[in-house]
Design a protein around this ligand. Structure first.
Ligand SMILES: CSC[C@H]1O[C@@H](n2cnc3c(O)ncnc32)[C@H](O)[C@@H]1O
Ligand code: ZN
Length: 442
């Protein structure tokens, strides 16, 4: 076996226990073959065959499943800090969409490279992305070595019939053509932007074709009151009921935000197995509201975590998101025991992988070898009474030492091996300045 051994660390197991165990990985298969004494198949399958095993030192560290960012727009790193301190609708219409109208595929690639660099450095191994020029984003994911569920963001408002149809067709073509790329690490989804920015007829047609093609559906839903109220007024039904009428609910599908949900909508999400991706930082920054995370979890809804784009967060660090989710979840429930540390760690790992329908999220024999190794031997993580508490409340993305995806070491000792970090940072900064200059010239 072509082995990778993660040695000397403490390992976060799927049941929440933390054990002192080495992890053995089959690099060719991209899977975990042993955690301590626990192995998959015959024990000699865990022996390195011929080649010397590669090792990653995890002493003083916690080995956790690679984190899953279940809703983002990685190329929006180019717009980090460009427009802050506004609510969603004016932020999009006055600031973000005018600049996005100037984006070129090269810009999108430069922003995606910067975004995935940030993901790898902070221990994220899988993400869902909705944006434009997704062939270029897919190329970046392939080179970086991550997993992703990708989709072209479909918007039909403000477009004539032909352009609107063309956008839906592009959304479906991306979903069909990119599925399985990067040796299967890339999967796709049909991604209408939201229930208010896509025309009803086209939404229904697109969803029907996506179902026919067997691809999941991902959209922004119930994010702000300003988005929910017009649906209720015009249709006489709640957004999740509208989504159900359009056949957009189901166990493969995952909706971003879910801030303003009533009890009936929560039940409907639970009954249909539709997942919600909670984006606490974006919801706080745009003052969109507090998602009912504890109620969703109590109802049995899969709740994953996302950063949303770097323009509304303003980073892609899921450790921040875990802390924000725990804090905001308590405030929303008016209960300090709501959304505890174990819950947010599960949301950022196993629940994220389940929502996206991607491998990973668990460290056990047979699972995908997607890992982050977090250095606990630092002042702000001392003492270690409870490593899970530290993950949720005290650790930062910069505490990640090594990142592994699909059995490949993407970052060793904070050195990203699959990407040229300096070149990417310089290219993205230039692309961002040129982009904004073009937009402000118009
Ligand atoms: C059509 S591609 C995706 C589209 O979504 C925009 N966007 C970024 N953040 C949010 C958010 O919180 N809610 C809704 N839409 C958002 C992004 O700028 C792209 O235009
Ligand atoms: Zn978003």
């Amino acid at each position: 076996m072509n082995a990778l051994r993660v040695t000397g660390g403490r390992v976060l197991r799927p049941d929440g226990r933390v054990t002192e165990s080495d992890v053995t990985i089959d690099r060719d298969a991209g899977t975990i073959v042993a955690v301590g004494e626990e192995t998959v198949g015959e024990s000699d399958e865990t022996e390195a065959n011929g080649e010397a095993a590669e090792t990653l030192d995890a002493s003083g560290s916690l080995v956790i499943p690679g984190l899953v960012n279940a809703h983002t727009h990685v190329s929006m790193t180019l717009l980090r800090g460009y427009a802050d301190d506004k609510p969603l609708d004016p932020w999009l219409r006055e600031d973000i969409w005018p600049v996005e109208a100037e984006l070129t595929p090269d810009d999108i690639e430069a922003g995606a490279e910067l975004g995935v660099l940030e993901l790898i450095r902070s221990g994220t191994t899988a993400f869902a992305d909705m944006y434009f020029a997704m062939d270029r984003v897919a190329d970046v994911v392939d080179r970086a070595g991550l997993r992703a569920r990708l989709g072209h963001g479909v918007v039909t408002v403000g477009k004539d019939e032909a352009d609107a149809r063309e956008d839906v067709e592009e959304g479906l073509a991306v979903a069909r053509d990119l599925d399985g790329a990067a040796d299967g690490r890339i999967r796709t989804a049909f991604m209408p932007h939201s229930l208010t920015t896509v025309d009803e007829v086209l939404l229904r047609e697109g969803v029907a074709e996506a179902r026919e093609a067997g691809v999941p559906i991902h959209l922004h839903a119930n994010e702000t009151i300003d988005e929910v109220d017009p649906i209720v007024e015009e249709r006489g039904e709640r957004p999740i009921d509208y989504a159900a009428d359009a056949d957009a609910l189901g166990p493969d599908n995952f909706f971003a935000h879910g801030v303003h949900l009533d009890g009936g909508e929560i039940d409907r999400l639970a009954q249909t197995g539709t997942a919600i991706v909670h984006c606490p930082a974006s919801n706080m920054k745009l003052a969109s509201g507090m998602a009912p995370v504890q109620r969703l979890r109590d109802a049995g809804v899969t709740v994953a975590l996302g950063t949303d784009g770097a323009a509304s967060n303003n980073d892609l660090d899921l450790f921040d998101e875990m802390r924000d989710a725990a804090m905001l979840g308590k405030l929303a429930a008016d209960d300090a025991s709501a959304v505890p540390a174990e819950a947010v760690v599960e949301m950022a790992t196993a629940a994220g992988a389940a929502a996206l329908g991607l491998p990973g999220g668990r460290i056990e024999p047979g699972a995908a070898a997607d890992l982050a190794i977090v250095d606990l031997d630092v002042p702000h993580l001392t003492p270690v009474h409870d490593p899970v508490s530290h993950l949720a409340y005290a650790a930062r993305g910069s505490d990640v030492r090594h990142t592994v995806c699909d059995g490949t070491v993407l970052m060793r000792d904070r050195d990203v091996l699959t990407l040229d970090a300096d070149e990417i940072q310089a290219r993205a900064a230039d692309a961002a300045h040129d982009l904004v200059a073009r937009a402000e010239r118009d």
